[in-house]
Design a protein. Structure first.
Length: 364
């Protein structure tokens, strides 16, 4: 009986994964599965939410800290959103953290602490879309779902030399991944494809000679693999401007406040500043100061969000009397690392106080 190229690739890839899989804190390895261990849906869900638009290396320490503090879905449901945002600070895309809390609450109350097992049901939960629902269903519950992240897109586009540029090619790539996904070990197959893209079928200088499924790869045989996936030209990001004010008390404490509960960085902690958004500029001058003080220019910082670039003019003032501020709170230097400060705010503070987050950087 002849073996189809698809099943042949599947067998070869799974055999490679059994030997060369990455060791990740949220992963149950093939060896562990042979000994009876099963993937924990909570850990799979948490890792997949964290990995959205974030690198594996950046996620590892956050994942470990989260599961030590909240080892299961019930523990996370009991946590406050502020606590989760503080623990998430620095990981970016903060709507993920807010949805983490919403999802934990829903699973704990409406699903008795157990995640639903199907792609369709998972996609109904807050913060879970096509990719994340497929990943959880395949890895945690063995559903043969087509799991397609950036690594998988690259592997599939090269295997089949897909000329349609991304993102238009996503539907075709998902269909091809679905055809390749086996009914047995779909979670391992999905993780094998991810590992292949992360370690061998890399964006630059892919190691095609040692790829376990290089036979029949159209990009390798007929083209330059680095030309795939094709990508449509990126639109230039708009540049927004604003101001940030670092008020420092005589004991070194910094004035902070909480952003409103909607829009970009909702619910996060910030320093006082002007009202910039993704669509409008804020006042970048000293006139936007929250109160009169001896403000001095401390530089300009740049931060790139998904849809725009932000340039903040940073001003600082020292020896501010605490009663000067009408709202917010004063955070001592040793407490600053525990605040729910997004990266853009850490940049602004560092511009005025170099080394303010040095100890926190060492912990992460």
């Amino acid at each position: 009986m002849l073996t189809s190229p698809s099943f042949d690739r599947t067998d070869k890839l799974l055999a490679w994964y059994d030997r060369h899989h990455r060791i990740l804190p949220w992963r149950v390895t093939p060896t562990e599965q042979m000994r009876g261990a099963k993937p924990d849906p909570y850990r799979v869900w948490l890792s997949e939410i964290m990995l959205q638009q974030t690198t594996v290396e950046a996620v590892k320490s956050y994942f470990t800290a989260f599961v030590e503090r909240w080892p299961d879905i019930e523990a996370m449901a009991k946590a406050s959103e502020d606590d989760i945002l503080r623990a998430w600070a620095g990981l970016g895309y903060y709507s993920r953290a807010r949805n983490l809390k919403k999802c934990a609450d829903l699973v704990a109350t409406q699903y008795s602490g157990k995640f639903p097992a199907s792609t369709a049901a998972l996609k109904e939960l807050p913060g879970i879309g096509d990719y994340t629902s497929a990943a959880i269903a395949a890895i945690a519950f063995g559903e043969p779902a087509a799991v397609v992240d950036g690594n998988v897109e690259r592997v599939i586009s090269r295997l089949f030399a897909i000329d349609t540029p991304l993102p238009a090619a996503k539907t075709q790539i998902r269909a091809l991944m679905g055809d390749m996904t086996p009914p047995a070990r779909p979670g391992d197959f999905a993780q094998a494809m991810m590992d292949l893209g992360a370690t061998i079928c890399t964006p630059r200088r892919p190691a095609c000679a040692i790829c376990p499924i290089n036979e029949g790869c159209k990009a390798l045989g007929e083209h330059d693999p680095e030309q795939f996936p094709r990508k449509a030209p990126k639109a230039q990001k708009p540049v927004r401007t604003g101001a940030a004010f670092i008020a420092i008390a005589d004991d070194g404490s910094i004035l902070l406040r909480k952003r409103k509960g909607e829009g970009l960085l909702a619910g996060m902690t910030e320093v006082p500043g002007s009202g910039w958004t993704a669509r409008i500029d804020g006042d970048a001058s000293i006139e936007a100061a929250p109160f009169p003080a001896g403000w001095v220019a401390s530089g300009v910082i740049t931060h790139v969000f998904t849809h725009f670039e932000l340039r903040l003019s940073v001003y600082s003032a020292r020896n501010i009397a605490r009663h000067t501020a009408e709202d917010g709170w004063w955070s001592a230097p040793e407490e600053l690392g525990g605040e729910a400060l997004p990266t853009v705010m850490k940049k602004a503070i560092t511009a005025a106080i170099p080394g303010a987050f040095k100890q926190q950087a060492k912990r992460h």
